[in-house]
Design a protein around this ligand. Structure first.
Ligand code: B12
Length: 154
C-alpha cells in the first residue's frame, strides 16, 4: 500500500550501485526521506543496473536517489547513469547521487564533474547536509498521483 504523499512529497526510487553491499546508508536515507513526506521504494544493497532500470520503468518515480559509500560509487555511478539516460522510458527522470563516492576521503571531489557529465543532475559529496537533498527534491515537478499511474496515464 502506498503511503500518503505530503503536498511537497515526491516518489523516490532509492538505490545503491551494483558493487555496494552497505545497507545502513540506505535505511537512514529512506527514514529521512519518509519523515520529510516523500514516498520511497528502497532497492537495498548490490543492485544490478538492470534491476534499477526495470524498477524505474515500472514505478515511474519523480526522482532516482543513489547512495554509495564503498568507494566505487564514482565508477559504478557513471556506468549506471549512462544506462539510465540511454533508456527512453526513464531517461528524463531527475537523478542524484551521494555518499562516500571515492576512496580519497572527503577532500577529493574530482569525480563530481565526471558524474554530472555522465548524466546526474546533482552530486552530493561526503559531508554535504542531507537537507540539501530535500531542498533539491523540493524543486522538482509535483508528483504524478499513484492512481493515475495505476490506469496507465502519464
Ligand atoms: C558497516 C560497514 C561495513 C559492513 C556493511 C554491513 C551492512 N549490511 O551495511 C561490511 C562489513 C559488509 C562492509 C564492507 C565493506 N566496506 Co564498509 N564500512 C562500514 C562502516 C563501518 C559503517 C557504515 C555505516 O553503516 N554507516 C552508517 C550510515 C548511516 O552512514 P553512512 O554510510 O556514512 O551514510 C551517511 C552519509 O554517507 C550520507 N549519504 C550516504 N549516501 C548518500 C546519498 C545522498 C544522495 C546524500 C545526500 C547523502 C548520503 O548520509 C548517510 C547518513 O548520514 C563504514 C565506516 C564508517 N564509520 O562510516 C565502512 C566503510 C564505508 N567501508 C569501507 C570499505 C572500504 C568496505 C569494503 C570495501 C572493505 C573490504 N575491503 O572488503 C567492503 C565493501 C563491500 C561492498 N561490496 O560494498 C570504507 C569505504 C572507504 C571509502 N569510500 O573511501 C569505509 C568508509 C571504512 C573506511 N574508513 O575505510 N562495511
Amino acid at each position: 500500500m502506498r503511503a500518503q504523499l505530503s503536498p511537497t512529497g515526491r516518489r523516490i526510487l532509492l538505490s545503491t550501485v551494483s558493487s555496494d553491499s552497505h545497507t545502513w546508508n540506505l535505511v537512514f536515507l529512506q527514514l529521512l526521506l519518509e519523515e520529510l513526506g516523500h514516498e520511497v521504494v528502497n532497492l537495498g544493497p548490490c543492485v544490478p543496473d538492470e534491476l534499477l532500470i526495470e524498477t524505474a520503468a515500472a514505478e515511474r518515480p519523480d526522482a532516482i536517489v543513489i547512495s554509495s559509500v564503498n568507494g566505487h560509487g564514482h565508477l559504478d555511478g557513471v556506468r549506471l547513469i549512462r544506462a539510465v539516460r540511454a533508456d527512453p522510458r526513464i531517461g528524463g527522470i531527475p537523478a542524484m547521487i551521494g555518499g562516500k563516492l571515492g576512496v580519497q576521503g572527503s577532500e577529493d571531489t574530482s569525480y563530481v564533474r565526471e558524474l554530472t557529465e555522465a548524466g546526474f543532475d546533482a552530486v552530493f559529496v561526503e559531508g554535504a547536509p542531507e537537507a540539501a537533498l530535500h531542498a533539491f527534491l523540493g524543486v522538482l515537478p509535483a508528483s504524478t498521483p499513484a492512481r493515475d499511474l495505476a490506469v496507465g496515464t502519464s
